[in-house]
Ligand binder design. Structure first.
Ligand code: FAD
Ligand code: NAD
Length: 494
């Protein structure tokens, strides 16, 4: 009689939990997945999918406004917001049906249970079943993948205000006239554009001096100036003193750049970061350590308890679906096969903010490289030199690459512009496989693709490394007689 009922229990059925249970079942482990709410988690229901669908609706509306630029008759889009939100919901359901519903996992041999899990001891959990009652189960191994939820700072008066978070935003039925967004991170920035394009007057309030503080400041400025042109207003360097609801108006009392100001709207979205879902788990009973609520894991996603792993947002590490997926693969493989050498690929982390223009990053940032004292060079290539961008009327953007001096080995890249999120994967492959700038420059890319921009940007390596002496040497050997070009500007864009 085995000591434990299961080989693996996965707690949480979001991006990380779904991947972890699938892998566990594929390794032949008797697996249980517990989900408190709906499989699919944040990404499907309250995160990536509804936000990207809403952004697309806004983008289509903007294309109607901008149609004149292409020689077409421009217009004022008529927004049926209820229908937009129905569309958002239909897309969520389509994704759920296609990839997240329980039957898909049950067919893999996973037992799927709906209920809230909490540890009873290091090998046992109680599940407060959605259907009623408590079920107690034990397992040899665990993966905790309980995600995160919106963190709402304790601002005086906020408790009395009818505010939105990402959990309620995609359920609203009417378009706010004046939307206030506190927080200019990825959530605030994406939603500011979506709602501005759909017709709301949007003001983003942030205590920082700029938006998107995890991204390259030079590229953030390009994105911000586009958002300003599209009508988004900013109140930055804002210290919020209190927030009040006066009938159907919301008033944010703040000190902006040292001056008192009241910023008003009729709806408020709090986009002020995330907090791990760890408090319901009774982690003390399992002896699992946390730091500020985040479950502490090593590079193999293992907690301080040998048989308990954690992946995704609950670790507070990289709060992206693809990173939850990546961590879940490592957690499940290490937990069940132990010896396989796998760890978080922290030098290749990518992220994309899906605004227009998109803002994408992979690998080391410029400031990280400076702090680490790495000898690197910065390559810049503007979208205005990419023929596809010009022909599509989307020539605002910049490719910025950080590569080792001389060898041109790529260490990091960041792109702002149309399709930046697709561009960045080429650099991710390059970084993972040690491909240099020259490697990309010498790879045939089709004309006139967006990807050709990556090759053109890599051509800059040749520009940086051209020198008068090497041409003189060629001339001497082959007795050529042309003039020696002026190579003094190493950053000239060709
Ligand atoms: C508005 C928004 C937009 C986003 N856009 C993007 C994007 O474009 N790209 C991107 O990569 N990332 C995006 N993200 C981030 C992404 O959604 C998350 O990183 C990802 O969903 C995290 O997956 P997870 O599995 O760790 O957690 P979750 O998806 O949150 O899943 C955790 C699950 O655990 C369950 N749970 C919690 N406690 C318990 C318990 N005690 N017992 C049982 N079950 C429990 C929850 O109900 C939940 O379903 C976005 C996030 C938001 C909020
Ligand atoms: N496209 C994507 O991949 C995507 C999209 C959305 C969210 N996400 C994930 O979700 C995470 C959370 O996003 P987020 O935008 O909520 O958080 P964030 O932590 O990235 O940004 C929060 C912003 O709120 C500001 N802020 C916090 N408290 C404040 C206060 N009291 N007053 C004024 N400003 C305040 C901060 O200065 C910061 O700019 C992201 O870090 C990302 O990992 C990813």
């Amino acid at each position: 009689m085995p000591k434990h009922e299961f080989d693996m229990i996965v707690i949480g059925g979001g991006a990380a939990g779904l991947t972890a249970s699938g892998i566990a079942a594929n390794f032949g482990a008797k697996t249980l997945m517990v989900e408190a709410d709906r499989l699919g988690g944040d990404c499907t229901w309250t995160g990536c999918i509804p936000s990207k669908t809403l952004l697309k609706a806004g983008k289509v509306a903007r294309q109607i406004v901008d149609a004149g630029k292409y020689g077409l008759i421009e217009g004022k889009p008529e927004i049926d917001f209820k229908k937009v939100m129905e569309h958002v919901d239909n897309v969520r359901r389509e994704v759920y049906e296609d990839a997240d519903r329980p039957e898909i996992f049950e067919e893999m041999g996973i037992e799927v249970v709906h209920g809230l899990a909490s540890f009873k001891d290091p090998h046992t959990i109680d599940i407060e079943m959605k259907s009623g009652g408590i079920r107690t189960v034990s397992s040899r191994k665990f993966i905790i993948a309980t995600g995160a939820k919106a963190f709402v700072p304790p601002i005086p008066g906020l408790d009395e205000v009818d505010y939105l978070t990402n959990e309620s935003l995609f359920e609203i039925e009417s378009l706010p006239d004046e939307l206030l967004i506190i927080g200019g991170g990825p959530i605030g920035t994406e939603m500011s554009q979506a709602f501005a394009n759909l017709g709301s007057k949007v003001t983003v309030v942030d205590m920082a001096s700029t938006i998107m503080t995890n991204d390259d400041p030079e590229l953030v400025e390009i994105l911000k100036s586009e958002l300003l042109k599209q009508g988004v207003k900013y109140e930055l360097n804002a210290s919020i003193k209190k927030i009040e609801q006066v009938e159907d108006r919301i008033k944010v009392h703040a000190e902006v750049d040292g001056a008192a100001k009241i910023i008003e709207g009729d709806a408020l979205l709090m986009a002020t970061g995330r907090r791990a879902n760890s408090s319901s788990l009774n982690l003390e009973a399992a002896g699992v350590q946390t730091e500020k609520g985040n479950i502490t894991v090593d590079e193999s996603c293992r907690t301080n308890q040998k048989h308990i792993y954690a992946a995704g947002d609950v670790t507070g590490r990289y709060q992206f679906t693809h990173m939850s997926d990546h961590m879940a693969k490592i957690a499940a493989t290490k937990a069940l096969l132990r010896v396989v050498p796998m760890k978080i690929e922290k030098d290749q982390v990518t992220w994309v903010t899906f605004t227009s223009p998109e803002l994408a990053h992979v690998g080391k940032t410029e400031s990280q490289l400076k702090e680490e004292g790495v000898n690197f060079e910065v390559y810049r290539f503007p979208y205005s030199k990419i023929d596809r961008a010009v022909s599509e009327g989307e020539d605002i953007g910049l490719v910025k690459i950080f590569a080792k001096k001389l060898s041109g080995k790529i260490l990091g890249a960041t792109v702002v512009g149309a399709h930046a999120g697709e561009f960045i994967s080429e650099y991710a492959v390059a970084i993972k496989n040690g491909v240099s700038m020259r490697g990309i420059a010498d790879t045939i890319h089709p004309y006139p693709s967006w990807g050709l921009g990556a090759r053109r940007a890599a051509d800059q390596w040749y520009i940086k490394n051209q020198s008068a002496w090497s041409v003189k040497l060629i001339q001497t050997i082959f007795r050529y007689r042309g003039e020696i070009p002026d190579y003094s500007d190493k950053d000239r864009v060709v």
